[in-house]
Design a binder for this molecule. Structure first.
Ligand code: HEM
Length: 430
């Protein structure tokens, strides 16, 4: 769907599906009327009205209806149960014994290999530990912030040189976050453009619920390029170490297969998400002049705006889990081996937790969102994302281009549900 650049009081991402949402009565602890019941809970309702194109265009009205009907639905179009309430998503994240990340027939495993994200402990922890201190706050402060600031200067300069008028996502946010990730990973033999291509094509594979063969071909080609780049860099970094992930991995007894899968997963998660949150946050602020003015006056609010943006439009909208045994989740019974979609995009707008959840509002009372996941798989790049977007990019952006605004003659577009962000964002200044 496209969103106009007109200021909006409530969520401008949401549109009217023409389907009135049922009343927001909470059915979590009660029975779902008309559904078969077992002593262990009720069967999940079937949401056969949900389609992938509708989810891709604008999932939020769909999530509103789902949450109000039941915390869990069986969704035939997605071929899995979709879990949409905050409480149910949180319960899954905290319990890897009952909810495994090691999903069978995982699209991510097919696209990127078996990374830490799809392993359970103790195997997961070995891979996670292999990332050492590269992504940790101490290294960010000592090493990465300076590099992010230099990259930001370069790509802000390129944005300004294009203008007045450019696309915020493709002329600035994407190359900036791709260049940061290139150096974090240690791909000194690749360009930021390579990182963008690898990331998008492999992520398309991970979200290829429609099983499009062209998407698989492109994803496999990128996967082979990443393997070749890793093979070349590992011996070079073993001789000349730096602060990158590949440099740390070069000296560890980690199987090459795991290194490759973890790096591919990080290329997917470490680029698009900071890019998307940067664009979404700036887009939301440019649509809410009162909030923008507050952020400009008080630089501490950059961090608040960043977190509110991750809540409002979770860049990773859904991730999979699988039940290891029969379970009852928030009153809904799920048999062993059920494929689940943990829908962070819906949990983060649960009215049980967030007041007026569809609105972007940096002044809302602070409550933890689930945008970075939770439990043992809590995002390892949280601090990197916060640093490059909220600490470095946003303050410099509004200082260098104080009159930055959405181009009133063009339309911004946001899309996606497994991953969601701005796909077009024409801006102007001067
Ligand atoms: C705003 C930006 C980001 C968001 C919203 C985000 C979100 C997430 C989420 C939801 C997960 C857990 C998924 C699951 O449990 O299946 C995750 C895991 C992960 N993320 Fe991020 N991420 C972001 C940025 C980054 C960056 C910049 C990096 C690295 C440079 C990164 C690296 C990772 C890694 C390595 C994991 C796997 C952790 C594990 O399995 O233990 N992420 N991220």
């Amino acid at each position: 769907m496209s969103a106009t650049n007109a200021p909006a009081a409530t969520c401008p991402f949401s549109g009217d599906t023409g389907t009135p949402a049922p009343s927001s009565e909470n059915l979590r602890d009660s029975v779902v009327p008309g559904l078969p019941q077992t002593s262990a809970g009720v069967e999940a309702p079937v949401a056969d009205w949900v389609t992938i194109p509708d989810l891709y265009a604008d999932p939020f009205p769909i999530y509103q209806r789902m949450r109000s009907e039941s915390p869990v639905h069986w969704v035939p179009a997605v071929n899995r149960y979709m879990v949409t309430s905050y409480a149910a998503c949180h319960e899954i994240e905290q319990d890897e014994d009952r909810f495994s990340a090691d999903e069978k027939n995982s699209l991510m495993k097919r696209s990127m290999g078996h990374s830490m994200l799809r392993k359970d402990n103790p195997e997961h922890q070995v891979d996670r530990d292999s990332y050492g201190s590269t992504l940790r706050p101490g290294t960010i402060k000592k090493h990465w912030n300076e590099i992010f600031a230099a990259n930001n200067e370069k790509y802000l300069g390129e944005l300004l040189a294009k203008g007045p008028g450019a696309d915020f996502v493709w002329d600035y946010a994407a190359p900036y976050t791709a260049e940061n990730l290139r150096l974090i990973c240690g791909f000194h033999n690749a360009t930021q453009e390579d990182l963008q291509r690898w990331s998008q094509t492999m992520i398309d594979g991970t979200g290829n619920y429609a099983d499009d063969p062209d998407v698989w071909d492109k994803s496999a080609a990128s996967s082979a390029e990443v393997d070749a780049a890793i093979d070349e860099m590992l011996p070079l970094l073993a001789k000349n170490p730096d602060n990158s992930l590949l440099s740390g991995l070069a000296s560890l007894p980690i199987p090459l297969e795991a290194i490759r899968a973890n790096l591919k997963m990080t290329i997917g998660g470490g680029l698009n998400e900071p890019r998307d949150v940067l664009a979404t946050t700036v887009w939301a602020l440019l649509n809410h002049s009162d909030q923008l003015e507050a952020v400009k006056k008080n630089p501490k609010l950059h961090a608040t705006a960043f977190e509110e943006s991750v809540r409002w439009v979770a860049p990773i909208g859904m991730y999979p889990r699988e039940t290891t045994q029969d379970v009852v989740l928030e009153g809904v019974s799920l048999p062993q081996g059920s494929r689940l979609g943990v829908v962070l995009g819906a949990a983060n707008r649960d009215p049980e937790v967030f007041e007026d959840p569809e609105a972007f509002n940096i002044f809302r009372p602070k409550k933890p969102h689930l945008g970075f996941g939770g439990g043992v798989h809590f995002c390892a790049g949280t601090w990197i994302a916060r640093a490059q977007v909220a600490q470095i990019a946003m303050p410099a952006l509004f200082e260098r281009i104080p009159d930055l605004r959405l181009d009133p003659s063009a339309v911004s577009v946001d899309a996606g549900w497994v991953f969601r962000g701005m796909t077009k964002m024409p801006v102007t200044w001067g």
